[in-house]
Design a protein around this ligand. Structure first.
Ligand code: ZN
Length: 161
């Protein structure tokens, strides 16, 4: 059982994020229909949140069977409140969309955590080009954005841990 100090610390660090939920509901209806029935908790992390010198904009957590028994949620999406406050509406949407992309559903109907499409280094791609399928596919997506989209400046980083 948590003592009162631990409870206090948790309250200080995380707060409910209804405005994130509002953005997420629209994105789920548009792009993530498999999450229509999912129970997702949305919280802000209040202190500055970074890893290896980069801001963490958000994270997605798939709740275990035990956690689900205790609180009923399938996923918890945590958003960095400092960056949220600075971001435009478009960037906020991109961050929430990114975290929702981590929330998947397997063919047998179980919720799963989906890893990023690509894990690589810009330096390796600069030196060796589009050397594997996922890098090639990502490059195609970037080229499509450059040609057709009006929001090429959007950059999102995030973690699934
Ligand atoms: Zn991510």
């Amino acid at each position: 059982m948590l003592d009162s100090k631990e409870v206090f610390d948790v309250k200080e660090k995380y707060i409910p994020a209804p405005e994130v939920e509002k953005v997420a509901m629209e994105l789920i209806a548009k792009y993530h229909p498999h999450l229509a029935e999912a129970k997702i908790a949305y919280v802000f992390k209040k202190d500055s949140w970074s890893k290896n010198g980069k801001w963490i904009l958000g994270s997605a957590h798939k709740c275990s069977e035990k956690e689900k028994l205790l609180h009923g949620y399938d996923f918890i999406i945590t958003i960095n409140r400092d960056s949220w406050m600075l971001f435009t509406e478009d960037k906020r949407e991109a961050v929430v969309d990114h975290e929702l992309c981590h929330c998947g559903k397997s063919e047998d109907g179980k919720y799963i955590l989906v890893p990023h499409d690509i894990e690589d280094f810009a330096a390796v791609i600069r030196r060796h080009g589009l050397y594997k399928d996922d890098v090639r596919q990502f490059s195609m997506a970037i080229r499509q954005v450059s040609l057709f989209d009006t929001k090429p400046e959007l950059r999102v980083i995030g973690g699934s841990e």
